[in-house]
Design a protein around this ligand. Structure first.
Ligand SMILES: NC(=O)c1ccc[n+]([C@@H]2O[C@H](COP(=O)([O-])OP(=O)(O)OC[C@H]3O[C@@H](n4cnc5c(N)ncnc54)[C@H](OP(=O)(O)O)[C@@H]3O)[C@@H](O)[C@H]2O)c1
Length: 276
């Protein structure tokens, strides 16, 4: 049977970069009726569907999964894949499963990974840290816009961060898919090196051509503000103060993963947002 890839999450932030890299192969993408398909490569085979129901798998041999594994549907999806012609599957998971804080979705995500790992598929799981790189990220683009406008930033905790540039992650998805060494393996993927939150803010400010004054805010005060304001959740505030650093030695050895430093990625993002 000829290879055909089904990409799930192709209209998402990461998925659109993966779709661009797979566009010269036999590729189908899953899109909901509401999905913005203008971000997809021209001429790609669009299959309408939803993760709430069975996937349209006719002719598909390979699944690349760039949607969330936190909805509770992965065990059903794995069962469907096992009874289909899909033999190879790459799943994007998250390093957030390593949190030591109470998390509503952690057990769902762990169960999702376990069902993939127990399966008869030739699977690979790629756990990613926070992804950044364009206006579509929901993190660094907001930070850059804030830093361009305001010279002062509240510093809550000074934990380690290791965000990954979206193009590095998209390259890694394709490299892992193609590598013979990644079968039945789980990898952590992150940016080049961990950096303290204060340094991350300074590098982001420099990328917009600004200096920033950091004003330390005690964690308990930030938690209280989150409770009262409900703008962010208490869990989000506590996550700020938790180290999020991950080694990627296995990914480097098995499929040549070599992400760029945050300083490079954030400068590219600032330029793409016309903030420099
Ligand atoms: N972004 C981060 O910082 C980050 C950090 C750690 C891990 N991750 C993981 O990395 C992966 C990609 O993240 P992302 O930021 O690119 O996600 P995203 O932009 O939110 O994209 C999610 C994709 O999943 C699709 N999707 C959602 N629900 C669906 C459903 N019921 N049926 C069919 N498709 C559905 C969306 O389709 P529509 O276009 O129709 O909405 C979209 O294409 C996810 O697994 C995420 O958990 C992300």
């Amino acid at each position: 049977m000829n290879e055909r890839i089904l990409l799930v999450g192709a209209t998402g932030f990461l998925g659109s970069f993966v779709a661009a890299r797979l566009a010269d192969r036999p590729l189908s993408v899953l899109a909901r009726p509401s999905s913005d398909t203008s971000v997809l490569p021209r001429g790609v085979d669009i299959r309408r569907g939803d993760l709430q129901s069975a996937l349209p798998l006719h002719g598909v041999t390979t699944l690349v999964y760039c949607a969330s594994m936190g909805f509770g549907h992965i065990p059903h999806l794995v069962a469907q894949l096992e009874s289909s012609n899909v033999k190879r599957a790459v799943f994007i998971s998250t390093t957030a499963i390593f949190t030591s804080l109470p998390s509503a979705s952690r057990s769902v995500r762990l169960a999702a990974e376990a069902s993939v790992e127990r399966s008869t598929l030739r699977w690979t799981i790629l756990r990613t840290t926070m992804i950044y790189g364009t206006a579509r990220d929901r993190n660094i683009s907001r930070l850059l816009r804030f830093l361009k406008r305001w010279p002062v930033f509240p510093l809550c905790g000074n934990a380690l961060w290791q965000p990954i540039y979206v193009e590095d992650l998209a390259d890694a998805v394709v490299a892992a898919l193609d590598s013979p060494h990644t079968l039945r393996q789980t990898y952590n993927l992150a940016g080049a090196a961990p950096l303290r939150f204060a340094e991350l803010i300074r590098q982001a400010a420099r990328a917009t051509g600004r200096q920033v004054i950091l004003v330390p805010v005690p964690l308990q005060a930030a938690v209280l503000a989150a409770r009262l304001s409900r703008v962010v959740t208490e869990e989000q505030v506590r996550r700020l103060a938790e180290d999020k650093a991950f080694a990627y030695t296995e990914a480097a050895a098995d499929f040549g993963f070599q992400p760029r430093p945050f300083a490079d990625g954030v400068q590219r993002e600032a330029r793409s947002l016309n903030l420099r």
